[in-house]
Structures are given as C-alpha cells and as structure tokens.
Design a protein around this ligand. Sequence first.
Ligand code: SF4
Length: 350
Amino acid sequence: MEQLVDEIAALRRRLGEAVCVMGHHYQNDAIVSFCDVTGDSLELARRVPGIRARHIVFCGVHFMGESAALLASPEQSVHAPAPDADCEMARMAPAAQARATLERLRALGRRVTPLAYVNTTLALKAVVGEFGGAVCTSANAETMLRWALEQGDGVLFLPDRNLGRNTARRLGIGEDEQHTIALDARGLDPAEETRPGLRRRLLLWPGCCPIHDVIPADAVRRAREAFPGCVVAAHPECSPELIDACDGAGSTSYLIKEAQRLAESPTPPVFVVGTEINLVNRLAGRLEGRCRIVPLASDALCPDMAKITLRHLRDCLAAVEKRVAVPLRVDPALAAPARATLDRMLRVCG
Ligand code: SF4
C-alpha cells in the first residue's frame, strides 16, 4: 500500500497540471486523498467544463465517467481507472426497453416527458433527449420534476422509483397520482395498457439503488432507541417509508452540509446518516470531537464504487503518462441527444 501511494504521488508530480483526478464522495479515503475534485454527481458534472487539464481521471462508476466525457472539451480525454465499475441502478434501465416503453406510451395517447436520474447510461440519456426529456440528480430532483410536469400531460421518472416517490411527496403529488409501471423484457407490459394507473401524472420505472433500497425503515426506530435525541437523515434513494421516519432527507451534498451545521451547533446531537458507508465514515472522521456521526446501515457499501483501488489509479496514471491509456469514448450518434438532457438540467437549475 505504501509503495502504491508513493508511486501515485510520483506519477502525479510528473504529470503535473496535465491531469485532474476527480472522485465521487463514495470513493474510499485512499482514493479521495489523490483527488483534485470531489463531489456528488451533480457537482462533478458541473466542474468538468471548468477543468483545463488535458486528461481527466474519473474515480466513479461508469455513467459518471460517460457524463464527464460528454461534457469535456474535444481536446480532453477522460479515463476510468476501473472500467467494470458500473452502477447497478443504471443497468436497471436499458435504453432499448425505455425507448419501447416511451413509444408505446405515445401510441396510447400519452404526452409523457421522460425524466432520468443522472445514474443512467449515455444510451438511456440519449433516448430521454430524443423524447424531449432531461436528467436530474438527487440534489435538484424537485426542480426538475416540477419542470417536467409542465412539459406534457405526465412524466415517466426513471430508473429510481424511490427518488421519484420521495420527490413527488415533497411536491404534494399523492400516491393516487403515481403509478409504478410493469415491464416485460422488451418494454411496457401489455397488461398495463388497460390499467387506470397508466393514465396517472407520474409514472415510475421499477428500478432502485440496491444499496439504499434495502436499508429497512425500522433502522430509524432502532437508531432513535440507541441514541436518544439523535438527528436522523438519509439519501432519497431510500424507501419513502424510511424517509418518512427521518428528520431530514437529501442529496449527498445536503447530508454533508447538515453534518457540518450540526457540528457547529452549541450542543451537537448524534447525527445518524443513511447513505453509502464510505461517505459516512469520512464525515465521522472529519468531524470527530465536534459531532458524533453514526451510520444508519454500516453495511451500505456500493460494491461498484469499491472496485476502484489504488492499484487501478496507479495503472491508469501510468498509462496516461506512457500515452497508452484508452479514453472513454462517446458514441457520436448518442452525444447530441444525451448532451441535450444534461444541458436542459443545467439550464433549468441555473
Ligand atoms: S450507490 Fe447505488 S446508485 Fe450509487 S453507484 Fe452504487 S448502485 Fe449506483
């Protein structure tokens, strides 16, 4: 480990300003210590156009690297240290299945605007772009859902039904205005076509983040018993039942800001945080002695984020130095419609 750290440090020194290492908050501390930029998916996407380095080494799951490649200038190259680090939620919404579903909804007379969580493949984003939709992140889902609802007679929110339901609740959209669609391998399950639910304002794709979705709502009650007076907050990829039991919910950035706010209060309570464990542990370390941070689920580790190791980072930087690194490629046919979805988000959210 020490040798790897030394090798990466030496590579970074030699490459100088030619390389920018970006990393998602769910990366482990060793990787984060080498990142020039850290953030959640929205923050990272926003930072890409301002980066001047010739090479971006992106420590995050595949869809995040794809978004960076899409937003980078033509002279820049984006590299993924572990190309097999994919997001399981993103895999739950294949582009072909989404396209067939949207086409069928149109054929049935619905003018539905697709709104895709940023945790989706470039191919899915391109389909959403073709159908006039946009992407959103957990930080701006409310703004984007409000925007999407104004575009037609309904919204297809995909792939995270939990984020869709939690966001709908915040906007006062009742359960009777929502419907989670059923799919078959090709697209919309034909049995859906006669169901009244299909006429509702908000249609939800039946996907989820397997890391957040499995945290049981009961964990909040157990945390309150273990830490009387604690404050509990969780990421909106958790179930609405869990979010209902919390004191607050929001994006990764919100959870970080909330921890800092509580740490600055005169008598900081125990802060119980429901999200990926790397972020919770890092917050706990950073605020040690000022505010006690406890994970709501200590096993909430994203195995795909964890695929990126120091060895991968070292090998990726070495390949960049030797000019043999293979950059992430954006299919030109997908670039324009996918970019349109990101641009719409950045425009609507300012
Ligand atoms: S935590 Fe969930 S949404 Fe995030 S990368 Fe892992 S599987 Fe995907």
